[in-house]
Design a protein around this ligand. Structure first.
Ligand code: CMC
Length: 433
């Protein structure tokens, strides 16, 4: 809200003979904005900003990103510190409730996640009716919105909010694992009180009546880290979509389900699947990494170097740095240090980072570049990669939904446009067309 920002000297905008004074504000870490909320009312003009690259849609105290310096903070804590010291559940608590949990709060949160982790028996039936090979992101979004038919909408009392968000956090992981089991024709596994959040996910994914899958603590730790790295990233596409849906008054489940759909696209969360498909294509086709780099640079080619580039980061994505290290450590631990896909990824990175095109456009590896290689080593199939991103991003979506609800300045999201179509035409009856 404006009251949370510092007011600076105003800016002047001259349109023809009219001069408009616009308020200028500064956030906590020197980000500045010009308030144009009265622009149309006072001048008849609107701003034109496809992709909202220059538009601040809210003030927020959840996450800070400095894309030039490669800094990422959640509620003031550096991503490097959170990654080294916290479980995903602690980071989820931090994002949603605004502070790191103490021992007692963490235990209570874990107990609540455990108590709410099972899916309603009737929901289990839904999984049987999707065609074989359904993409798990389609199933996930449908199941998340279906939760609203089983559980009451969020109420304003804090206890009810606590219950609803805990329920969603816990059940989303169960839905994700169920959708995988269904896709391979195996019986689903319910979560168990014995396991922590990530252990439970691995157990639901990989244990079966004929496979006593042992949970490797190093794999669990890597999974925790990847979820932490995805937990929030301020006004990214899926969060903005979830906020837009929230702005119409829609419930939490509906808003999050639409966030899942937005995440699915290959330019956003779907990029992690896109990276592996690109690496596999290079490997299977014996393609030279240098040819892919050249193709990605050509204006006439549709190809982009997947897992590279970011709207905000103009330097190395700090999440990608942590993901790369964890991926290499994990593959070493699993005896997969000679993974040819890792070799190709490293060569692509090294070539891109020394290529003028990528240097001039500030294109660096983003969070999706190395995560897929690690998920693959864990045994997670590639059509589940974006689901992993969604599980990780859920606390961020929830935190933004709650923040938006509490922000008295927020209105229904309803941008304008510049119409370039036809002027009024005389109507032609169907028999004369
Ligand atoms: N490979 C080749 N060229 C690229 C790439 C790439 N990966 N990314 C951007 N460019 C070029 C682009 O062609 C454009 O060139 P020009 O100015 O000559 O037209 C310039 O760099 C700026 O790109 P843009 O598309 O205008 O930038 P954007 O901020 O709108 O898009 C992006 C950001 C992430 C969608 C884009 O970099 C991209 O498509 N990357 C590949 C997909 C990807 O890895 N997505 C994951 C994003 S990070 C995780 C997440 O938040 O979801």
């Amino acid at each position: 809200m404006k009251t949370d920002m510092k007011k600076l000297e105003s800016a002047e905008l001259k349109i023809g003979k009219k001069i408009l004074n616009l308020d200028v504000y500064e956030g906590a870490l020197e980000e500045r904005c010009i308030d144009i909320s009265k622009l149309r009312q006072e001048t008849g003009y609107i701003t034109y900003d496809p992709g909202f690259g220059n538009t601040g849609i809210a003030s927020s105290d959840i996450t800070f990103v400095d894309g030039e310096k490669g800094i990422l903070l959640h509620r003031g804590y550096q991503i490097e510190d959170l990654a080294a010291n916290c479980t995903f559940i602690e980071v989820a608590y931090l994002l949603i409730f605004g502070k790191l949990p103490n021992q007692e709060e963490r235990l209570a949160f874990s107990a609540s996640l455990n108590a709410n982790s099972m899916l309603h028996e009737d929901m289990r039936q839904f999984f049987s009716n999707y065609p074989e090979h359904s993409h798990p992101m389609a199933v996930l979004s449908a199941m998340v919105v279906s939760l609203s038919t089983f559980y009451p909408e969020i109420e304003d009392e804090s206890e009810s909010i606590h219950l609803t968000v805990t329920r969603l956090l816990s059940k989303m992981r169960t839905i994700a694992a169920f959708s995988y089991k269904k896709s391979i024709g195996e019986p689903v596994r319910q979560p168990s009180w014995k396991y922590r959040y990530c252990e439970n996910f691995l157990s639901m994914m990989f244990k079966s009546p004929v496979n006593n899958y042992q949970i490797d603590p190093i794999v669990e730790r890597a999974l925790n880290l990847f979820l932490v790295l995805h937990a929030d990233h301020e006004q990214n596409c899926s969060t903005t979509v979830a906020r837009a849906v929230c702005s119409s008054g829609a419930n939490l489940y509906a808003s999050i389900a639409s966030g899942v759909c937005a995440l699915w696209g290959p330019l956003h969360g779907g990029a992690n699947q896109g990276v592996i498909e690109m690496l596999e294509k290079i490997l299977a086709g014996g393609i030279k990494p240098s040819d892919i780099i050249e193709a990605a640079k050509r204006k006439d080619s549709k190809l982009r170097l997947m897992g590279f580039g970011h709207r905000v980061y103009k330097t190395y994505d700090p999440r990608a740095k942590l993901a790369k290290q964890s991926c290499v450590d994990l593959l070493n631990h699993l005896g997969m240090q000679d993974d040819p896909l890792l070799d190709i990824a490293m060569e692509l990175e090294q070539r891109a980072l020394t290529d003028d095109y990528f240097i001039e456009k500030h294109l660096y590896p983003n969070v999706d570049f190395y995560t897929g290689i690690a998920y693959r080593a864990m045994g997670i199939p590639k059509n589940m990669f974006t689901v992993m991103f969604a599980i990780g991003r859920l606390p961020g979506w929830i935190a933004h939904w709650l923040e938006m609800k509490a922000d008295r300045e927020q209105r229904i999201v309803r941008p304008r446009q510049i119409y370039v179509g036809k002027n009024v035409l005389p109507f032609v009856k169907i028999e004369n067309r």
